[in-house]
Design a protein around this ligand. Structure first.
Ligand SMILES: NC(=O)c1ccc[n+]([C@@H]2O[C@H](COP(=O)([O-])OP(=O)(O)OC[C@H]3O[C@@H](n4cnc5c(N)ncnc54)[C@H](OP(=O)(O)O)[C@@H]3O)[C@@H](O)[C@H]2O)c1
Length: 376
């Protein structure tokens, strides 16, 4: 058995507490698989006295989370604070500069600063890992970078936000309106008090931009994602879609071609025969099309304490094993964003992106309407 991997944990909310619980519950199998024990040695959050359902007395408490970058005796810093900038980014930059391995679940930070951080990690030759940042517990990054590594990927798409999928599938099963289901989701704790990042498609766009960079070897280009959320979807749209054998899903989709990088998040009409139509509730799913493997379909929990902690600890196990790989694709392609489509190019269904004809289109600002040949 090798030396202990000593971990500092910044952020003790849903995911941070989940990581502690997972390591406690699966300690011996993690040690066996990692070949070394993985021990949390120091932790940090805002409120030292908050009950988090885990015993924190055995860890060193550090008031300033950014100080974990230089805290003595730490091998890996795990950032689970969140936010694209602020203490999370300071901690990331400083940890990498100190030559410390860095693990995060922070899709907002990776979408905005991933390229800089990956470059710094490569220069410093330190592991930099973020499996939990895309689709939570689903091993999408590993799937693309390892399992599908031999393939040219022509497209990736998927359901990348569990809150939106919960709202859309509840609207569908209960025949209720958006605002009503959103209010209930907030009361149940499935949606944030400020749900805009989720329902306006920003969270899905963060994940899509990371996914696209991994699939196509391009620089992360969050600004190049064309984003539409689900605020304007009404119950009647769902009924209309159902009558025609479709379901409405918020789909993130990306492809790369000679024209550039195409990235879009939008509500889509998904035919019932497509597997994405059957992703219900808060589940996430990612589809990747490889030129030798064909279609890959990965489905699972994209958020929550257990699933997200599972991805974070998988990164820690990789680091313990010395299997870290490059933080970004070494052959980063300089593709520019394809650009915002012209008004005549408004056909935006999933099938359109897959090259199949489909009699639907989006009428901007009015939710979804189907397009009758010769009609509206
Ligand atoms: N929740 C999920 O299912 C999920 C899934 C995938 C990825 N993620 C990502 O994982 C990260 C953490 O998410 P979460 O849901 O665990 O968030 P959370 O429950 O809100 O927890 C955030 C933690 O960070 C601490 N914190 C906030 N501001 C801080 C500051 N300025 N200095 C030090 N500590 C600070 C908080 O401290 P206090 O507890 O003392 O307030 C809290 O412990 C985010 O990047 C999120 O996008 C989450």
């Amino acid at each position: 058995m090798g030396d202990v991997v000593r971990v500092a944990l910044a952020g003790l909310g849903t995911v941070g507490a989940g990581v502690i619980k997972l390591i406690d519950a699966n300690r011996s199998l993690i040690e066996r698989r990692a070949g070394r024990p993985i021990e949390i040695v120091a932790v940090s959050a805002r409120d030292r006295n908050r009950d988090r359902g885990v015993d924190l007395g055995r860890f060193e408490w550090v008031d300033d989370s950014t100080a974990l970058a230089t805290h003595p005796g730490v091998d890996v810093v795990v950032e689970l604070i969140g936010g694209s900038d602020g203490p999370a980014l300071v901690l990331a930059r400083n940890s990498i500069a100190q030559g410390r391995a860095f693990v995060t679940a922070n899709k907002a930070m990776i979408a905005h600063h991933g390229l800089e951080l990956a470059g710094a990690a490569e220069t410093a030759n330190v592991p930099f890992k973020y499996e939990a940042a895309v689709a939570g517990g689903i091993p999408v990054i590993k799937g693309l970078r390892e399992g599908a590594a031999a393939n040219e990927i022509s497209g990736v798409f998927g359901i990348l936000n569990g809150t939106c999928n919960y709202i859309l599938s509840t609207m569908e099963s209960a025949g209720r309106d958006f605002a009503d289901v959103l209010a209930e989701a907030q009361a149940l704790g499935y949606a944030e008090a400020d749900p805009s990042f989720d329902i306006d498609g920003v969270d899905a766009a963060h994940k899509l931009s990371i996914l696209a960079s991994l699939a196509f070897g391009t620089a992360i280009d969050f600004a190049g994602v064309d984003i539409r959320g689900i605020r304007h979807v009404i119950a009647a749209d769902i009924v209309e879609a159902q009558a025609l054998g479709h379901r409405i899903r918020l789909v993130g989709m990306a492809s790369a071609s000679d024209k550039g990088l195409f990235q879009r998040v939008q509500p889509c009409l998904v035919p019932l025969e497509h597997p994405l139509a059957h992703v219900t509730g808060s589940l996430n799913a990612v589809v990747a099309e490889g030129n030798f493997v064909g279609r890959l379909f990965l489905q699972g929990r994209g958020a929550g304490e257990g699933p997200t902690a599972s991805a974070v600890v998988a990164d820690l196990i990789d680091i313990a094993r010395g299997e870290t790989g490059p933080a970004a694709d070494p052959g980063v392609r300089g593709l520019r964003a394809e650009g915002i489509p012209r008004p005549g190019d408004r056909r935006r269904t999933l099938d359109d992106r897959l090259g199949k004809h489909h009699p639907f289109r989006r009428v901007q600002g009015q939710g979804w309407r189907h397009h009758h040949p010769g009609g509206r």
